[in-house]
Design a protein around this ligand. Structure first.
Ligand code: ADP
Length: 185
């Protein structure tokens, strides 16, 4: 299996933006499961129809579906050749276990948690003023993150593959911190 990197972080942490920049710098393929699901919704596929209701409710799409999608994508030639930066996956420990199996060995090479406190991400999401970003839906999504995704930090830490990067500051500052961690691999 080629290099597998993971970026974790709360909604509004800037993880999608940084993942795109990092993929460009390091020549790995950026795979955002949120983008894949939105594309499926847009295309009106069966997956898209099923995912839409779940996403609109702010819930997580089922583990079996997500694991199937990622398993299939990781087998593609571009990723086999260049490696991957996963953004939005894994989001549950069941997904992390599955990824470890897919990636072989003890799992991904590195997981970076882009750390931004709850108060700050809430402010950022309210400021961007998207229709689905009301105070209520933001709180719900962040709660789900703490419940389902935060336990992944311990999962990666136990395997010696977790790095925590401070996500406060300008886009350039945060990028420099992330690059330093990856350069240290
Ligand atoms: P956000 O970080 O705001 O949740 P994403 O673009 O990462 O945005 O994901 C959008 C939605 O897609 C999520 O709220 C969830 O419903 C679904 N989703 C994305 N990735 C996963 C995953 N790994 N497991 C379950 N659901 C997912």
């Amino acid at each position: 299996m080629p290099q597998v990197l993971v970026i974790l972080g709360r909604q509004g942490s800037g993880k999608g933006t940084q993942a795109a920049l990092l993929a460009e710098r390091y020549g790995v393929i950026h795979v955002s499961t949120g983008d894949m699901l939105r594309a499926a919704v847009e295309a009106g596929t069966e997956l898209g129809l099923r995912a839409k209701a779940v996403m609109d409710a702010g819930d997580l799409v089922g583990d079996d579906i997500m694991i199937g999608i990622v398993d299939e994508r990781l087998a593609d030639d571009d990723i086999q050749a260049s490696g991957v930066l996963l953004d939005g996956f894994p989001r549950t420990t069941a997904q992390a276990d599955a990824l470890a199996e897919i990636a072989g060995g003890s799992g991904p090479d590195l997981a970076i948690n882009l750390d931004v406190p709850i108060a700050e991400v809430t402010e950022r999401m309210l400021a961007r003023g998207r229709a689905d970003d009301t105070a209520e839906t933001i709180a719900r999504r962040l709660e789900l993150y703490e419940a389902e995704t935060a336990p992944l930090l311990a999962w990666f830490e136990d395997r010696g593959s977790l790095a925590v990067v401070d996500g406060l500051g300008s886009e350039d500052e945060v990028f420099a911190r992330l690059a330093e961690v990856i350069d240290g691999l």
